[in-house]
Write a protein of this length. Sequence first.
Length: 312
Amino acid sequence: MSATIGVALSPSSADLATTSMSDLTAAVVESGFASLWTLDNPLADQAEPLVFLTSAASLAPALGVGTAAIVGPVRDPILLAKQVATLDRITGGGRVTLGLTIGRRTDEYDLIGHDFRRRGRMLEDLVQVLKQCWSGEPIQVDGAERSWKSSGPVGVPPATPGGPQVLLGGHVPAALERCVRVADGYLGSATGGPKEAIAALGRVHDLVGASPRDGSAFRCTTNVFVVVAETRDQAIEAATATFVRRHGGRKPPWDPADVVIGGPPSEVADGVVQLVDAGFAGVNLVPVLGTLEQVRALAPVVTAVSGAPTRA
């Protein structure tokens, strides 16, 4: 089987000050990526995902764009529906994918006064509201947390009939069950590493197979941390230093050796092919170092994975 290879970036304010959007999108396109995704941490020094993707999509008309993923419950559902529909219209339809997650930080929820313990229910409500806003019909959602009702259509209609695909992340049973029940597909997290992503994918396939939905239309994509270096040891060393810096000098809650595919391009490509062979229709490479040099260094990986023989 074949898969689409994307790149997921989370530009900081420093990155935006030193790297132009035209240079960034040019590097993504020239490296052969089919899509550009961006990550979301509401409290971090990162670009706002939908604004960032709108700029990128306008500069690269053939590039797919996606969120990998937005922390959904901390956003207003009606406003998010309108923002995503607007992006879908700007890009002409068929190029946008909305990845959503519940997040793992309590302070994100404390900041806006939401109950962190109810974030799963809030995410499910959010997906229902998005779908109904994009349907062009009046909203009638009796959610687990609250209700939404309107006398007519709400927001702007997306270019894609029914709206862009919605992917949900997570790996615990409740998250996977929610994903199969309400979403269009599954989005694996880079922080779990390739092994966890493959294990979760197996559980998702079992759930889809036991459900009444059409499994062929259910899209499974995963993010994966990557570092291109001369050796795997050098890649893990660089990744570890970067993770520690991002966590304020503390060790990250995961072992970089478990979650990073690193080394020469050929070895990175081999690791990505394993994810494709496992059944992922899309793989988003997340450069840990987050530089244009790393994006360009991944070009041979994209070429190798695209031309690699994979099992059906």
